[in-house]
Design a protein around this ligand. Structure first.
Ligand code: ADP
Length: 444
């Protein structure tokens, strides 16, 4: 069913009003028609009633059509307006359209067809305009909201940036504090160690058994504390980028044997066998011997610390692509796969409680990780709880200086390389004899 249109005719000439009404009726327009004779009445009718369309005579007795249109628009009254122009009014049609008229029609052209056609098209145009207006308004709203959200985001970004600066500064101060304190503590510690050693020499007088025992304890504890301080100092240097590798050509198997012989007494004290196998065609490498030894000492001291009974194997072997592997394997307590990633983070230990059984700073593996990265190498870990662990360090025969380690990405679990060796056991030739099988694997 066609909708009933509420139409207002504004014309002071009754004959014209009649002709409009009869033309619309003849055209079959379903309507409720109201008629007024001047601009004032038109304005008050339009402020009180919503019309579908207005036919407006341009020449009204109290004002012209243009003035009324401007008045309506400035009062935000929106309605399709068709201006009926007389002879000579045509020139101002452009002005009328600019002011807000929807369309115009010369009175001489009034007929049922033209009137109904212009009426329907004005209503269509008006509705399309309204929809466009609405869409525009919604667009402006979303634009405003976007601007607000953008401002909010910028504010948050600034806050994050501030927090980042604060964190960086806190971390810098922490590193500085660690470096200063460990450096300052080393001097008196060296004196304690030095004087204990002097006191233990017989030429400085005979000590009772008890005195000798006590001084030996001072010496051993001093050495242990110095080792911890050195770890902290190394770590703070590595963190601040202040540690350089001093590379030279050396025999890696000699350095390995030296490190093993230094650690042998600790293994013996726990009744652990410490086996070494070096299988290198070319034992000469270009690297920092002190740091290579430090890596092995750290791995060995962990292997000894976390193994209650059984064996520890050290193996050095040639790898393809001019690389060397240093492997330390134990029959200790093992590490759960969920801890693989964390134990390489500074100050992280599987047991973080203060009542933990095994002492340590939690820095050893973090230092190894940084050093191996600086050397352009990789660390692989295989371990199984209650069975044992295997740490494998792969290093190039010849490291590249200056280092690019600072640009290396942070420690990351490499999805491609991590796999469970329960399906794919991993044994080197010498490990095949005794190596615990079924370790989950991890590559750094
Ligand atoms: P620390 O030995 O001083 O605690 P590390 O960084 O050397 O610090 O090692 C971090 C943690 O990794 C250790 O606390 C331990 O939980 C685990 N871990 C390292 N090596 C072994 C190993 N061979 N067997 C079992 N757990 C180990």
């Amino acid at each position: 069913m066609e909708e009933t249109l509420k139409i207002l005719v504004v014309d002071d000439d009754e004959v014209d009003r009649i002709s409009i009404r009869s033309a619309l009726t003849k055209a079959g327009v379903q309507m409720e028609l109201s008629e007024v004779g001047d601009g004032n009445d038109a304005f008050s009718a339009l402020t009180t009633t919503a019309y579908h369309c207005v036919f407006l005579d341009y020449s009204l007795p109290d004002q012209d059509g243009l003035t009324l249109i401007q008045q309506l628009r400035s009062s935000e009254i929106k309605v399709p307006l068709i201006v009926l122009t007389g002879q000579g009014d045509e020139e101002i049609t452009l002005q009328l359209l600019k002011a807000g008229a929807t369309d115009y029609l010369s009175k001489s052209r009034i007929s049922p067809e033209t009137l109904s056609q212009v009426l329907r098209s004005a209503i269509r145009v008006y509705r399309a305009e309204m929809q466009a207006d609405l869409a525009n308004q919604q667009l402006r709203e979303s634009h405003k909201q976007l601007i607000c959200k953008n401002q909010e985001l910028e504010r948050q970004q600034q806050q994050i940036q501030m927090q980042k600066f604060k964190l960086l500064e806190a971390s810098r101060l922490k590193s500085l504090f660690l470096a200063t304190i460990s450096h300052e503590l080393r001097t008196p510690m060296n004196a304690i160690i030095g004087f204990s050693q002097i006191l233990l020499r017989p030429k400085f007088g005979q000590l009772t058994h008890q005195q000798g025992d006590m001084i030996e304890r001072i010496l051993n504890n001093g050495k242990h504390l110095l080792m911890l301080l050195n770890e902290v100092l190394d770590f703070s240097k590595l963190e601040g980028g202040g540690l350089d590798l001093k590379a030279e050509i050396f025999d890696v198997s000699k350095v390995i044997n030296l490190a093993v012989s230094e650690m042998r007494s600790l293994a013996d004290a726990k009744n652990l066998s410490l086996l070494v196998q070096t299988d290198l065609q070319n034992p000469l490498v270009f690297n920092d011997p002190v740091r290579v030894k430090q890596i092995l000492i750290n791995l060995l001291s962990n292997a000894i610390k976390f193994t209650e009974s059984g064996e520890i194997w050290v193996e050095v072997k040639e790898l393809p692509a001019n690389r060397v592997a240093i492997i330390v394997q134990d029959t200790g307590i093992g590490i759960a796969p969920r801890d693989f990633k964390h134990i390489f983070e500074a100050f992280r230990q599987v047991d973080q409680t203060i009542t933990r059984k095994y002492p340590g700073t939690g820095l050893g593996l973090a230092i190894i990780d940084s050093l191996v990265r600086m050397m352009g190498g990789k660390i692989f870990l295989e371990s199984k709880l209650g069975v044992g662990s295997m740490f494998k360090i792969e290093l190039p025969h010849q490291i590249t200086l200056p280092t690019v380690a600072d640009d290396a990405p942070p420690l990351q679990l490499d999805g491609e390389e991590v796999f469970c060796s329960a399906n794919k056991p991993h044994h080197s030739s010498s490990q095949a004899r005794k190596a615990p099988i079924g370790y989950p694997k991890f590559k750094l």
